[in-house]
Design a protein around this ligand. Sequence first.
Ligand code: SF4
Length: 415
Amino acid sequence: MARLDVQQKLEILADAAKYDASCASSGSTKRTSKGGKGIGSTTGAGICHAYTPDGRCISLLKILLTNSCVFDCHYCINRKSSNVRRARFTASEVVDLTLAFYKRNYIEGLFLSSGIIQSSNYTMEQLVEVARQLREVHDFRGYIHLKTIPDADPDLVHQAGLYADRVSINVELPTTSGLARLAPEKSAERIDGAMAKMKSDIIDTKDARKKYRHAPRFAPGGQSTQMIVGADSANDSDIIVRARGLYHDHALKRVYYSAFSPIPDASSVLPLKRPPLMREHRLYQSDWLMRYYGFEAGEIVSATDPVTGMLPLDIDPKLAWALGHRDVFPVDINRAPKAMLLRIPGLGVRAVSGIIASRKWRSLRLADVARLTVSIAKIRPFIVTPDWRPTLLTDRADLRGLVEPKAEQFELFAA
Ligand code: SF4
């Protein structure tokens, strides 16, 4: 490996990290250096300073410790057989960079991942050493997200949780068969095992902190993961069911979906084209339906195409579900339980809370609902109010055309 200076390493290793989307900083505990102690704060959450090639804002100081790897996952630009420039930071270089960027106000935290060098344990030791130096030597109070390695010694992974705000283990592909085909050195069983252990460590530490105020914190922002969408044959139903399992079995804080990006010198087993970005967006919407709207995975799967198992791209999954379950509509805004209000297309969680709070005092009319929502036109076919009843509207064959968003030509130079 040619000798590179820190700037050159940073160019290579920040670029190599951009394919990982699982780095939002939500969910951490508040930590601040007000009062002159320590460096940094986690209170400026929502840390985003870098952008993926397609324009998504996804990062902290987001780097790899190294892009060398002894594994050969087909979808990864850093795989052993990839012909990319390699670089490697020392733990101290990452610490110095993080502190220097932090003090210049460029970043509010660190997202650190790595290719596997020498062994899983050695790599995990290096990642933990960065976090240890930041926390113990420099009293760094900013946000740290560490990627952990499922094959590493559980004690090392546990140490990562003691220093980091959030930890993550990527499941990479939604199905076991996809993982076996595209990442043969990884094991779905080991990944699930590592997530289960992380979950129990998080629960144990929370319990300990209820009893002992000074018990150490452990990954207060929880654990997250990333699934690559469109690199294998898994359809949206597979992905939704897998995500539901991850939330349910491992209490994940977030599942991130990352549309597969074709990489230079790609393996011939990969698709040549990336999936539409809208597919990723629809999966995020279905994820929100499960996390905030009380939808079961099976309900969202029922909104997919029965042949392909894919969500429609032209309408959102909640509207697709409603169009497929017209028998439960229209819903009486003044009487329906919260779970049913949350299933009305176009009604968000905040609007539903507003409706429930307001209807305690008086009966809501259509204009009242309109004031609480962005578009009453989308909602009208699905609701009943004292002054509005959509006569046979939900039976109309052209209902989808009436409520789907209209295609819009954006102007290049619009203000
Ligand atoms: S282990 Fe990680 S870095 Fe290495 S090839 Fe697989 S995905 Fe890439």
